[in-house]
Design a protein around this ligand. Structure first.
Ligand code: ADP
Length: 475
């Protein structure tokens, strides 16, 4: 796997990007956009002042308002009317005092052709401005008004104070800000790395013993919730590894035990027949054949289970008549009825079409049947029932044998994988039949189970979806 960058580097880079973005934002607003925003604000103030004076003109309080507005907003205002009135207020040096008639008429003309309002932006390069300073920018708003039948010209002048000096101050400041941010960034990176990465590094070092099923939390690793969770997960993983390891050892022990018994029998009988020719009889030969058969069943079942558990088996779904399938399978057991006095009854339900893997379902049913026969004891009575339960077909196999103690019920489905110190070889069969059943039915994603009472018998059951009901496990 490609090695990812270290947490420290990642935090550093993230912070660096954020810091650059922050400085860029400060630069954009404080330096680049300062002048245009300042000017836009001035234009707004000028327009508002003009509105206020316009209102005052219709109220007949022009002179006071011209004075007030100019004072409050640091503006220069002039109102000239047809009737000969001429009010000017504000900075005495402002351009409105010094305008000659040509300049005045130029402003009025521009207003007339622009819907009676003209906003002029002037850069004073000839030094005749308010303070006779060249390069000063100013705005002049000229409005032509008709108030109470009198034509008037309203002019509002504002100085757009040069912001160059401010910008240069801010630029210097920005360097300091950038330096402070850089220092902060380094400090935060070091702190975050220490706080986040160090516990993780310690946990990684402590987890090196995990493959052996051991995990001991290193000190100082529970500094935050995520690290604590990780510690707990790893501690749990260690416990699980130990369990899995034990289960594996148990499995090997149990399988070896089950393999050894028929092998001992086979070699024992073969040697007996070799050493004592008179023992070379049909009965001993049959024992060897039976035990070899038993070995084959065990090995096949083990292979089957490992394939099922490793998901190497894909179910082959088809629609089939479950009633007919059960009747066909039950024929195999007629020999037990005839030879061993078993009483096997079947209560069917005609025409129940189900959707499942037929061969695998046969395997499930035969496992239930074999167990019912093996564990029937003296009551050699087995009942097989098929019924419809809503959208499912329900199959059950009931025996009246020894039953299963309540506390063992959950263990029987994965017997080899349980702590089973009392493992004894099954009457017949591999000892993993129900584990295979569990895998097959789980793959089908259908319900199954067992009801059992000691000395009264057991009822094993499973359900399958009727045709037309989409199978849960199929792809
Ligand atoms: P086995 O080959 O040992 O029968 P299974 O996996 O088929 O292996 O069954 C697991 C265990 O469940 C059996 O060993 C037995 O103890 C118990 N068991 C299964 N079916 C029955 C049954 N019908 N009656 C009583 N016990 C049963």
């Amino acid at each position: 796997m490609k090695r990812k960058i270290r947490l420290q580097t990642k935090i550093g880079i993230t912070l660096l990007i954020s810091a650059v973005a922050m400085v860029a934002l400060v630069y954009l607003f404080q330096i680049r956009l300062l002048e245009p925003m300042y000017e836009a604000n001035k234009i707004k103030t000028v327009r508002l002042a003009a509105d206020q004076i316009e209102q005052a003109m219709s109220d007949g309080t022009t002179a006071e308002e011209v004075y007030n507005v100019s004072m409050q907003n640091d503006l220069c205002v002039r109102v000239i009317s047809d009737s000969g009135e001429d009010y000017t207020a504000g900075n005495m040096g402002c351009k409105l005092y010094h305008m000659d008639s040509v300049q005045l008429l130029e402003q009025i003309y521009n207003a007339q052709v622009n819907d009676n309002e003209y906003l002029d932006t002037v850069t004073d390069n000839d030094g005749d401005g308010p303070d006779a300073v060249t390069g000063v920018r100013s705005i002049i708003l000229t409005r032509i008004l008709e108030v109470n039948g009198t034509q008037s010209v309203l002019m509002v002048y504002a100085n757009v104070t040069p912001v160059d000096a401010t910008v240069s101050t801010l630029k210097t400041q920005l360097w300091y800000v950038a330096l402070i941010i850089a220092a902060l960034m380094v400090a935060v990176t070091v702190y975050m790395t220490k706080f986040i990465a160090r516990p993780l590094n310690r946990i990684t070092a402590a987890a090196k013993t995990l493959p052996e099923g051991r995990y001991e939390e290193a000190t100082g690793t529970n500094e935050y919730a995520e690290a604590q969770d990780l510690n707990q997960t790893l501690a749990q993983a260690a416990v699980d590894i130990q369990k899995a390891d034990k289960a594996k050892r148990d499995l090997i022990g149990n399988v070896s035990h089950d393999l050894r018994t028929p092998l001992t029998m086979i070699s024992g009988y073969a040697e007996l027949m070799q050493d004592f020719p008179d023992q070379n009889n049909q009965e001993n030969l049959q024992t060897i054949i039976d035990e070899s058969h038993r070995l084959t069943v065990l090995v096949n079942d083990l292979l089957d289970l490992s394939k099922l558990q490793g998901s190497q088996i894909e179910l082959k779904y088809s629609d089939f008549d479950l009633d007919r399938m059960l009747q066909d399978e039950l024929r195999k057991y007629e020999v037990y009825v005839a030879k061993e006095g078993f009483q096997i009854t079947y209560q069917g339900c005609e025409g129940l079409q189900v959707h499942a893997d037929e061969e695998r379902i046969k395997q499930v049913f035969n496992n239930f049947m074999t167990n019912a026969i093996n564990y029937s004891g003296k009551a050699r009575q087995i009942e097989v029932r098929l019924s419809r339960e809503g959208q499912m077909a329900h199959v059950e196999v009931q025996d009246h044998g020894e039953g299963i103690p309540e506390d063992k019920l959950k263990d029987i489905w994965d017997r080899y994988y349980k702590v089973d110190t009392t493992h004894v070889r099954a009457v017949q069969g591999s000892g993993i039949g129900l584990s295979i059943v569990k895998e097959i039915l789980s793959l089908h994603q259908v319900p199954y189970g067992v009801r059992s009472k000691v000395n009264e018998g057991s009822t094993f059951w499973f359900e399958l979806p009727l045709t037309g009901q989409k199978e849960a496990g199929s792809k």
